[in-house]
Design a binder for this molecule. Structure first.
Ligand SMILES: *Cc1c(COP(=O)(O)O)cnc(C)c1O
Length: 524
């Protein structure tokens, strides 16, 4: 019977129907797969963020979308004018150099033009890490000597190659792992980008993870978010405990899953200068066979000397089991990325064996690099020596502790966030708008940073702060009085950070303003 029917139905139709059935199966299978992977993702999100935060996230996403549609562009024109007024000099005296001069100027002209462009330096926090005039002279002389060198060609510049390797070796020893491996980079951000890329490629090669995720404290540096954006890695951003300011370990544990490539801890973090529980993070990393990056970019040459200088400090370096990478800045804008093993470091390299220009091999993001920076760094480390850094740590951290103690004892309106071990800390207030205090400090010439969630204002002590410590404390007391008596509500900290945290559309608005800011930076 079936044979007869089969004979009557055209063969083509049977093929078509068979194909149709297979296609339908395939479609359901794909739909099911997509649905299942979204469900798994949502479940993991729920697990890491918790129910309440997830509902809040969804609500924020929706309300942002709506507010964006309705009213975002209104105040933007005004903001743009304000930013440009602040950043770009104007007036009849400003000469703009928009094209090459037809014939070159002499050094004296160049220097006096630079003086005219420059503004006052001194009472700022953290943007420049300045170590005194003699050190500066050493660095400048070393850089001058190697001004045209390029470590991409070690055969041509043997001294630069040696200094490059020795900078890494000295840092590894400082972080108690002389058998580790590392490379220099152009700064903390590049070190972090490299570490994330390295752990991603390691996890892909050894654990076949193709949809990588990482778990970071909310206080981790923005460079980790940048790395996730550049390298397409999902981030689980875990809140910190409001008292200790350390990442919530229970939630870190919940956020780890089969796709996790690494955890992150800071020693210390940028926002409030506190240190995560690196030992506990190390235990988690080890038991899940994943990476743990400790970001010491801010603590670089302070953290390793705290213990010897007699300050209390929790373990943070390679002596902690489970730590696989540490970033350490030799200066803001020059850095070292270290790994537990040379094998792990290998995942950082980029090699192109059959490039039209010849075999190409480079250790980090940059191809050609300025060798002069390496010479300057190496010279600075030789000049300072162990004793120099120890003394520097002693005086800077004492300064930070003195300011903190004074705040605790003499300024009841303010409190210190967490228990910062080194040179950076933040203060908040339960009774005042602390951003008003920040703006009042700004009117007195102190340019401090506000925390992103507007709960505090941050200060990074450097050698420049030490001679100004009494002035700082006096100004802080006056600023607290200002904020108490007549809050002005119009300083830039209040404007930007108040906005960022006070409305659902805040982050989008701030994002747009930040874009304008970068555009304005490149207006000649
Ligand atoms: C500054 C900083 C970085 C990034 O360094 P850049 O030099 O700005 O690239 C990373 N982590 C911390 C804790 C920092 O303070």
């Amino acid at each position: 019977m079936s044979k007869i029917i089969a004979a009557r139905v055209p063969i083509g139709l049977i093929h078509f129907l068979r194909g149709w059935a297979t296609y339908n199966h395939l479609k359901s299978a794909v739909t099911f797969y997509v649905l299942a992977s979204y469900l798994l993702q949502s479940y993991r999100h729920l697990l890491s963020r918790g129910v309440r935060a997830s509902v809040r996230d969804t609500w924020l996403m929706l309300s942002r979308f709506i507010i964006n549609l309705v009213l975002l562009d209104i105040e933007m024109g005004k903001a743009q004018t304000q930013i440009e007024d602040k950043l770009i000099p104007s007036g009849p005296d400003v000469v703009r150099h928009l094209a090459l001069p037809s014939s070159g100027h002499d050094l004296q002209w160049i220097l006096s033009e630079m003086d005219a462009m420059d503004s006052e330096l001194g009472r700022l926090s953290g943007a420049v890490y300045h170590g005194g005039e003699e050190l500066q002279k050493v660095i400048v002389t070393a850089m001058e000597k190697y001004i045209v060198s390029n470590p991409l060609h070690p055969d041509v510049f043997p001294a630069i190659r040696k200094m490059d390797a020795e900078i890494v070796a000295m840092c590894l020893r400082m972080y108690n792992h002389p058998n580790g491996a590392g490379t220099t980079t152009s700064g903390g951000t590049e070190s972090i980008l490299m570490s994330v890329k390295t752990h991603r490629d390691w996890a892909r090669a050894t654990k076949h993870i193709i949809a990588p995720e990482m778990v970071i404290p909310a206080t981790a540096h923005a460079a980790f978010f940048k790395a996730a954006a550049y390298f397409n890695i999902k981030i689980h951003c875990i809140p910190v405990d409001s008292t200790t300011r350390q990442v919530d370990l229970r939630r870190v544990r919940r956020a780890i899953n089969g796709n996790t490539i690494m955890l992150v801890g800071s020693a210390t973090n940028f926002p409030d200068g506190c240190q995560d529980d690196i030992v506990a993070l190390g235990v988690l990393a080890k038991s899940h066979n994943i990476g743990l990056h400790v970001d010491c970019c801010l603590g670089s040459f302070i953290m390793p000397f705290l213990e010897e200088a007699g300050f209390p400090v929790e373990p943070f370096d390679f002596r902690v089991e489970g730590v696989t990478a540490i970033s350490c800045d030799t200066h803001k804008g020059s850095s070292v990325i270290m790994y537990r093993s040379a094998t792990l470091r290998g995942y950082q390299y980029y090699i192109q064996p059959d490039w039209a220009g010849g075999v190409y091999a480079s250790p980090s993001i940059s191809g050609s690099r300025p060798g002069a920076i390496l010479a300057g760094t190496w010279a600075a480390m030789q000049f300072m020596g162990h004793e120099g850094y120890l003394e520097s740590c002693r005086s800077i951290v004492s300064c930070a502790k003195t300011i903190q103690r004074t705040i605790r004892e003499e300024i009841p309106e303010l409190y210190i966030l967490g228990n910062p071990p080194a040179s950076t800390f933040a203060f908040g207030s339960k009774t005042l708008n602390v951003l008003e205090v920040g703006d009042a400090m700004s009117r007195r010439g102190w340019h401090l940073n506000a925390l992103g969630d507007a709960t505090g204002v941050h200060l990074a002590c450097t050698r420049l702060t030490i001679p100004n410590i009494h002035q700082f404390i006096a100004d802080l007391k006056d600023s607290v009085s200002d904020a108490k008596i007549k809050p002005q509500g119009e300083g830039s900290m209040v404007a930007i950070y108040g906005l960022g945290s006070s409305s659902a559309a805040g982050p989008d608005m701030v994002g747009k303003v930040a874009r304008m800011f970068i555009d304005a930076m490149y207006k000649a």
